[in-house]
Design a protein around this ligand. Sequence first.
Ligand code: SF4
Ligand code: SF4
Length: 137
Amino acid sequence: MDNIKKTIVLNFSKSMVYKPIVYHLVKDYDLEPNILKASINPNEEGLLVLELKGKRANYEKSLKFLKEQNIKIESVEQEIYKNEDKCTHCGACINFCPTDALYVERPSMKIKFNSEKCIICEECILKCPMRAMELKV
Ligand code: SF4
Ligand code: SF4
């Protein structure tokens, strides 16, 4: 299982500010977080910039957990995009994308990419047979 080191930005609402998010990342997902920045704005919304180290599979699960808590996640390093010139709409990716960010649009049956749902796990980059999923750094 490969290890990753990622920097992510978490934006969360007032209701989440005092929840032990970092504790869960350590305890439930065995990640090593390094807090690069933490702040609460006058509206009591939180911002946390974290460097996370650990197993890739645990990192992916932790991102799912964070999304389920309605925490907005941004990567400061990278963004995934779909190269429409290369995609053949074979549909392979909908089986391995963990968040349904890649999905079938009906009735066209084209494969679409919803960047809002993408957790930048990079599975599609590794597995797309046409190399249609790319990383913008
Ligand atoms: S696996 Fe690649 S080529 Fe196939 S639909 Fe997904 S992005 Fe397109
Ligand atoms: S990186 Fe690819 S596989 Fe992972 S969530 Fe985003 S679109 Fe899905």
